[in-house]
Design a protein around this ligand. Structure first.
Ligand code: ADP
Ligand code: ASP
Ligand code: MG
Length: 412
């Protein structure tokens, strides 16, 4: 039997009624002749609530117990989905991550998938089970403990199952009907893309577009999974949604494919650091050891052997970063005059593979921001993206201005 993976995100399983609606879709694919692997998220809001409980109980929590708690939401929806399917006379069984078993490494709260053996589930398909409902976002470590894959991780569960089982398609059902040129919640001019290249989706996801978890796109690209994003609220035809595919499969596209943003960024500057060989290692080593995810880095020209070093980081890691820098200063590893933190910044990025062959995207981006009176604090570029850090209060305005200047509301 051909296999299909269907993933339903939090809003798509938010109520029993929505679970029933999702189950009907699954039933249709079974009627089409597929063995279906359904990956479910927790009901929307549930994971946030669980994370909140953990943080309230233990601010510096043990990540193994965090995983034990936050993985529970998916177990509920997996069981409810299997029951709903059974009520519709579709033979279904639920699986927690450890039962599959979905094997991960031991990096609790952001574990990586190592292997998904197919024999247990395939044996059940051979016995007549038509749908395996698997709890997304979770796995089991070599030590036998429950792990989770990082926020949004059910997307990655879905793609990993599609790769392991050689599924015909991996369909990601969510609350929007595809991947848009930017988050449709920010501007009504956002346009749905019929296709997007893996490389572009990878950048958009890692720069803040949470419609797909970054790692799911990485896996789909590596294992050539046919990945589609579509709405669980509308009836979709065969070509509905957005296909994430190789760039060779896209005939024409805009130079800029989309605009991504990340709201909760912060910027730190070490003023007057001694500029000497090894200074970057002395600063960013302790930050890495403290698990601070540094993103952009700028070092100023130095004067009299001293320089300023600026970097960006997620806003919820400020305390950890400040502690690491103060300790490094106290131990004499680094020497700076002052640490200045700006907790009110956002990162805006434009992404497009067309930028490889088109000059002028950066200057057009900077002009559009200038015309809105938005000051740029830090800039970074790569082959197919340009990112800037700006004051958070201008985030929506900046996204709209960039969407307009690159003409994204119209197809190429
Ligand atoms: P799910 O719970 O189904 O996993 P998510 O909330 O994780 O859904 O992702 C879907 C959301 O991603 C949308 O509601 C939308 O607000 C947001 N989003 C951000 N950027 C984009 C984009 N470029 N295209 C589509 N949706 C986007
Ligand atoms: N429920 C998890 C989260 O909210 C995983 C997911 O939905 O993908 O992050
Ligand atoms: Mg998601």
């Amino acid at each position: 039997m051909p296999t299909l993976v269907m993933k339903f995100g939090g809003t798509s399983v938010a109520t029993l009624d929505r679970i029933r609606r999702a189950a009907k879709r699954v039933g249709r694919e079974v009627a089409n002749g597929y063995d279906v692997i359904v990956i479910v998220s927790a009901m929307s809001g549930k994971t946030n609530e669980l994370v909140g409980w953990v943080e309230e109980t233990s601010p510096l929590f043990d990540a193994r117990e965090y995983d034990a708690v936050v993985s529970s939401g998916e177990q509920v929806t997996a069981g409810l989905m299997a029951l709903t399917l059974q009520e519709m006379d579709v033979p279904a069984r639920s699986w927690a991550g450890w039962q599959v078993p979905l094997k991960t490494n031991s990096a609790h709260a952001s574990a990586r998938i190592e292997e998904i053996p197919t024999d247990n589930i395939n044996a059940k398909f051979a016995e007549g089970m038509k749908v395996a409902v698997v709890a997304g976002f979770q796995g089991i470590s070599p030590e036998g403990r429950i792990t989770t894959l990082g926020r949004g991780g059910s997307d990655t569960t879905a793609v990993a199952f599609a790769a392991s089982f050689g599924a015909d398609r991996c369909d990601i059902y969510t609350d929007v009907d595809g991947v848009y040129t930017t988050d449709p919640r920010i501007t009504s001019k956002a346009r749905k893309l019929d296709k997007i290249a893996f490389e572009e989706m990878l950048e958009l996801a890692s720069l803040g577009a949470k419609v797909l978890q970054t790692r799911s796109v990485e896996l789909a690209m590596r294992y050539k999974v046919r990945l589609r994003v579509l709405s669980s609220f509308e009836d979709n035809d065969d070509n509905a949604g957005t296909l994430v595919c190789s760039e060779e499969d896209i005939m024409e596209s805009n130079v800029v494919a989309g605009v991504a943003f990340s709201r909760d960024e912060a910027k730190m500057t070490l003023l007057s650091v001694a500029d000497r060989p090894g200074i970057a290692a002395a600063i960013f080593g302790p930050l890495a050891d403290a698990s601070v995810n540094v993103d952009m880095i700028v070092q100023n020209i130095s004067e009299d052997g001293r320089t300023d070093m600026t970097f960006s980081l997620p806003v919820n890691q400020i305390a950890r970063a400040e502690k690491a820098m103060d300790e490094a200063k106290a131990s004499g590893e680094i020497n700076f005059a002052e640490l200045v933190t700006d907790a009110d910044v956002a990162k805006i990025s434009v992404v497009g593979i067309g930028m490889r062959s088109h000059a002028g995207v950066a200057s057009q981006m900077f002009k559009a921001l200038r015309d809105e009176g938005i000051n740029i604090k830090v800039i970074t570029t790569s082959e197919i993206k340009i990112s800037v850090l700006i004051d958070r209060k201008y985030m929506e305005l900046a996204v709209q201005a960039l969407h307009d200047t690159f003409g994204l509301e119209k197809a190429a």
